[in-house]
Write a protein that binds this ligand. Structure first.
Ligand code: NDP
Ligand code: HSE
Length: 444
């Protein structure tokens, strides 16, 4: 006996730019395959975009196009609102309005969730609606699904990832083609990788948003972007990239969340990673996330982290999940942040001074006797153990022979101790320029 046909799920799309356009195209192209998987059709019935002309060109007669996003939310026929506008402003209001109207929500907006997630998930829970956000972290890679469901047996120990395509693209192109920072950033914008405000990419904010979301799902803590340590790639110099390579390391912008006994490390910064690690060889706009669980060991997820259809792939996967679960009781669904809302952990996010990691230091110093002894003495006073010291020939550095670069790799140490050592070393008259301090992770 054949099953009765379920009515299609009706979707309202807010914003039909890079990701919205991809979502529409993928759903149209693969609709039959998607229907077979979801067990019912998924139809974009309404589209809102400020540029209605451009939207109509893409959508044709397939959906109603409006300029006012609230008209989509007000439509009682719409089951799911897909927010693909971005930012914390109008997007937040629209998401909360959609939830208040009893709509399920899909969003790719990591900024919104990292900052206002607690409020949004509480509102959704009160209304019994789903909020799905696979596209918010690492574009097309199903890392949310992996963390929230696939690895659910594990105590997650750490998560570390290249989770910003724009900066990885910039670092790769600068290194391989010798192109200038600004030229590569423009290309990333042209390809649709960059955020509306590209400083979010290059200053590490976007990666920190994503790391914040992953920390919540990995450890069952609330999203706390305000406590994340954030550094981007704008202060990174070609000299350090070159020295790191000579030492067998590659510098990547990593988002890291790690469980310590007394709290959670949540940090985004340029990081030296051994070149022999797979993740060190992730190039261009590709993303990769490593997850260490107590049962599974280390796993790694790799794929396109940005762009129209790769990100749409994640948005549509969320729509399929919602279509399958739309008639299920809320208690039967996977919790928003993987852990039951009344079982969240109160472990604090640790201040950066308490983070434990290894370091790369570069000191431009006067090339004379006793300099190295003073520097190693200061490190010893702080209990910092040295892994390696390398001196670059003076003429390689200045051509004058009176100064040189000292590169020091340390073993794991608390950042607070390292900061004190750096301040003491910086005060030496023989240290001639600001000391470069980068973190190093073995990811073993
Ligand atoms: P775009 O700027 O390409 O698209 C946003 C669209 O929303 C534009 O068409 C814009 O119109 C429209 N819009 C702006 N304000 C309104 C409004 N009030 N009502 C209706 N429409 C509006 O952004 P993306 O597609 O790149 O990004 C969308 C979201 O996806 C963001 O949260 C982003 O962080 C996230 N994301 C993006 C990825 C990517 O690779 N691009 C990857 C993963 C996530 P107009 O152009 O006229 O302003
Ligand atoms: N701007 C983001 C990036 C888009 O470059 O990774 C994907 O989230």
């Amino acid at each position: 006996m054949s099953q009765p046909q379920l009515r299609p799920v009706k979707v309202g799309l807010l914003g039909i730019g890079t990701v919205g356009g991809g979502t529409f195209t993928v759903l149209q192209r693969n609709q039959e395959e998607i229907r077979r998987r979801a067990g019912r059709g998924i139809e974009i019935a309404m589209v809102a975009d400020l540029n209605t002309e451009r939207a109509k060109e893409l959508v044709g007669n397939a959906a109603q196009v409006v300029a006012d996003a609230s008209a989509v939310i007000a439509n009682p026929e719409i089951d799911v609102v897909v927010e693909l506008i971005g930012g914390y402003g109008i997007a937040k209001k629209l998401v909360l309005d959609a939830i208040a109207a009893g709509k399920h929500v899909v969003t790719a907006n990591k900024a919104l969730l990292a900052v206002h997630g607690t409020e949004i998930f509480a509102a959704a829970r009160a209304k019994g609606v789903m909020v799905a956000f696979e596209a918010a972290v690492a574009g097309g890679i199903p890392i949310i699904k992996a963390l929230r469901e696939g690895l659910t047996a594990n105590q997650i120990q750490w998560v570390a990832g290249i989770i910003n395509g724009t900066t990885n693209f910039i670092l790769s192109e600068m290194r391989d083609k010798g192109l200038d920072f600004d030229v590569v950033l423009k290309e990333a914008q042209r390809l649709g990788y960059a955020e509306a405000d590209p400083t979010f990419d290059i200053e590490g904010v976007d990666a920190a948003h994503k790391a914040t979301i992953m920390s919540a799902i990995a450890f069952g803590v609330p999203v706390q972007f305000d406590k994340a340590h954030v550094e981007g790639i704008t202060k990174l110099s070609a000299t350090d990239i070159k020295y790191a390579e000579q030492l067998g390391y590659r510098i990547k912008l990593l988002g890291i969340a790690r469980r310590q006994n007394n709290g959670i490390e949540l940090r985004t910064h340029p990081t030296l990673v051994p070149m022999r690690r797979l993740i060190a060889n992730v190039e261009g706009a590709m993303n990769a996330v490593m997850v260490q669980g107590d049962a599974v060991g280390t796993t790694m997820y790799y794929g396109k982290g940005a762009g129209s259809e790769p990100t749409a792939s994640a948005v549509v996967a969320d729509l399929v999940d919602i279509a399958r679960l739309i008639d299920a009781a809320p208690a039967a669904r996977v919790p928003y942040l993987a852990f039951q809302p009344d079982s969240m952990s109160t472990l604090p996010i640790l201040p950066i001074e308490q983070v434990v990691t290894a370091f790369y230091l570069r000191l431009r110093v006067a090339d004379k006797a006793g300099v190295l002894a003073k520097i190693t003495g200061i490190l010893a006073e702080q209990g910092i153990s040295i892994d390696a010291v390398i001196q670059r020939e003076a003429d390689e550095v200045s051509g004058e022979g009176n100064q040189t670069d000292l590169i020091i790799l340390t073993h794991d140490t608390k950042e607070g101790a390292m900061n004190q050592a750096v301040a003491a070393m910086q005060a030496l008259p023989t240290v001639l320029a600001p000391i470069v301090k980068l973190r190093k992770e073995e990811l073993a």
